[in-house]
Each structure stands twice: as C-alpha cells, then as structure tokens.
Design a protein around this ligand. Sequence first.
Ligand code: NAD
Length: 442
Amino acid sequence: MAPRISVIGTGYLGATHAAGMAELGHEVVGVDTDASRIRALAEGRVPFYEPGLPELLRRHVESGRLRFTTDLAEAAAFADVHFVCVGTPQGPGGAADLTALHRVVDDLVPALRRTALVVGKSTVPVGTAEALVERIARLRPSVEVDLAWNPEFLREGHAVEDTLRPNRLVLGVPSPAAEWALRQVYARPLADGTPVVVTNLPTAELVKVSANAFLATKISFVNAMAELCEVTGGDVAALADALGHDDRIGRKFLGAGLGYGGGCLPKDVRALIARATELGTPESVDFLHGVEAVNARRRQRVVDEALGALRRTGPWLHGRVGVLGAAFKPHSDDVRDSPALDVARRLSREGAWVTVFDPQASVTARTVAPELRYAANAVAACRKADVVLHLTEWPEFADLDPARLLEAARGRVLVDARNTLDPAPWLAAGWDVRTLGTLVGV
Ligand code: NAD
C-alpha cells in the first residue's frame, strides 16, 4: 500500500511539496503552526506567488486528497512518512537556526503511534541528521522511528515543475526499509527516469549546501570577471557566451549583474562557512569569503552608480530614483535578502526618494521596506525619476516602451543592473544606458 504522507511546515517548500505529493497520487496532510496560513491553504489559496501552484492546490483540496491542519497529533496518527519542511533561517554568526526543526521532532516523535519514517527536507548543516537520530532515541518513541534526509532542489518560480519532475532525487537513508519507503513515495518520477542518488545522511545534507555554494560561486565568478571587464573595456556578456560554449563550464548561472540573493543561497553559503569553522576545517571553504565579497560589491556598485548619476543631475539629496523590481528574482514575490530591495533601501537611507514597481512582490516588499514608495506600474515608478534602476529581470520589463518611460522621467540615466534589457531601443529613445561589465551601443 502507498504510504500516507504528512508535510510539516507549509512555507514555500512545504506548500509546494504537499500539493506535489497529492499530484503524485498520495493522501497528504499539511501541518503548520501558522493558523492563518493553514486556513488559506485549506481554502485552496496560496499565500505567496508561485506559478501553477494555486491550480494544483485547489484541485487536490477539492478532491479531498490534500488537507491541512495545525494539529501535529492528527498528522502523527495519519501518516507513515513525515516530511519536515520548516525554516532553517540564519542564526547568530551565520550558522543555521535549527529551533523549528528541533521543536517538530520533540512534538512529533512522542505523538507517533505507528511505525514512521521522518524525512528531513529542510536545508541543514552537515551532522544535523545524526544529531537528530540521537535526539529521537532520547525521546524514547513507543514505535519504530527511522530518519532519512531528502534535500530539496526546487527553484522558486519553477517549484511545481521541479517537484513533479525533479532533475535528481537524493535519498540519504539509514536502512533499506527507509530507501524502499522513499522509492514508494517517488514511484512516479522514478518510473519516468529521474536520476536517483542513494547515500548516507551526511552526504545528503552536504549535497544541498554544496550545490548552493557552487551556484553562488559561479555567479560571483562571472561578476568578478565583470569587474575586470569594467576596467579593461571587456564585455562580460560575450565572455560568458564564450565560456558557456565549453560544456565543462556551461552557460547557466553565468549572467553577470547584481548578484545572488533570496532565502537560500546567501544563508546557505554563510551556514556552510559557519559549519566548516565548527568542524575545525574553515580553510576548506575559505574561497566562499571571496564569493560573498564579490556579491556584496556588486550591490554597492549599483548604489554608487545611482548616487553618481543623482549628483550629476542636480541636488542629489531627495533626488528621485525609479526602481524596476523588488523580488530577489523574477517569477517570485520573495524578497528575502533581495539584492533589488537592498539597493533600493540603501539609496533611500542616503536620502533619495525611491519608488518601486514589481509585478508581484510589492506587497511582500512593503511589509519589510515600508519606507519606500510603491507604484502600480513601471511608468508610475519612473515618473519624475532622475535615475531608473532595473534590478529584477522580470520578462515584462523587456517589453517596456523606453520612449514612454523617458517622457515620464526627469533624468535619462538607466542602470540595467541585470544586463538583460536590449540597450538598442533604450538608446534610440534617448536613454543614457549603464550596465555592469557589458558594452553598450557598440
Ligand atoms: P518558509 O519560512 O517559507 O516556511 C517555513 C514554514 O515552517 C512556515 O510556514 C512556518 O510557519 C513553519 N513552521 C515553523 N515552525 C513550525 C513547527 N514547529 N511546526 C510546523 N510548522 C512550522 O521557509 P521555506 O522557504 O519553505 O524553506 C524551508 C526550508 O527549505 C529551509 O530549510 C530552506 O532552506 C529549504 N529550502 C527552501 C527552498 C525554497 O526555494 N524556498 C528550496 C529548497 C530548500
């Protein structure tokens, strides 16, 4: 019989995973301590922006295959496999804060009345799972409880596709029985040929943080090359194309620009540095300090470019900046450690009058950055702006009418901090286009 599933923690990861598991044919209960979130999900409403997820959620809530509760005991009684998807935010000194994870284990394990497999999906420092095995033993469960780690690689904005058709499955398992149970859960993607790596607990934990550290490194590498291009007259876009043709390197994640952000990459890089230090091998990840430094410099570089332009256009205190984008990346309303919002807020702190437009993230941005102004569209954000900054590469920004924006603006400097706008129509309309390390108008 197929295992019944609980998903504990229904944020970006858990809500998508719960709906995805129902789509794969399972009976699922989602659990969260946040009652308003549970109410929304139970009514078929997704409390964040994720393309395709509302339809999936509604379908399975209506079919009765997916339900939600705040009662962990209900999940303990119902499910055979418990996916733990709670947040592991950055704690003091950069290390991951495991408070939520510990609380779930402490509450769940004593409530279990049937043999269970607890599966960690949250991103954690290596060694966490082995410590949890000991924690579970100390809780003296009345039934057999196994712990596995199955890290998640979904990308916000593509989360549904990544959940239903993952590009790989990593199963960190302590026993053949745990592997068998997870193979039952993922029977459909496995039958479709999804590659699977079966390994031990520490490797599974490390795969996730090392994947994110690698991606951050790739972004910072190309951004370091952008810095060199800027001082030598090189063109980082052509350089990235040339590098990308080498299939040992690949073109993905070689987009030079404002750098990485979001709820995962920055915190996972810092957590890996903190964990390596705890383990007595800080030198293994020394290079990640360089990765972080390049990333931080890119944000400052855009702030400086904007302030420089404001100074040239007039009394820059109270100069106006129009900002296109607040989300940390397109197709998302997530503003956690968003480079776009960080740049906008720094300029506001410098005394600029900053107005932001984002197609989806204005509501989430306003909650963390209420000091900024938010416009209903791009033209309104650029009205009377001395400088316009393109900070999140939403595809619709490529379709903006540069002439209309120039009419609305007061100045004519456009900083394309994502290097994704075609400069030709902007130049033709009269904009002074600045990019990060690419050549414009040649
Ligand atoms: P999130 O903050 O959106 O969601 C966490 C949820 O857990 C919240 O709804 C919170 O109320 C709930 N929660 C906290 N304590 C709880 C408890 N004791 N019982 C039940 N629910 C509880 O976080 P997220 O972005 O979904 O990330 C979760 C984990 O997944 C993190 O470790 C993250 O690094 C990892 N991850 C996230 C993504 C992503 O794209 N967001 C991708 C891969 C991995």
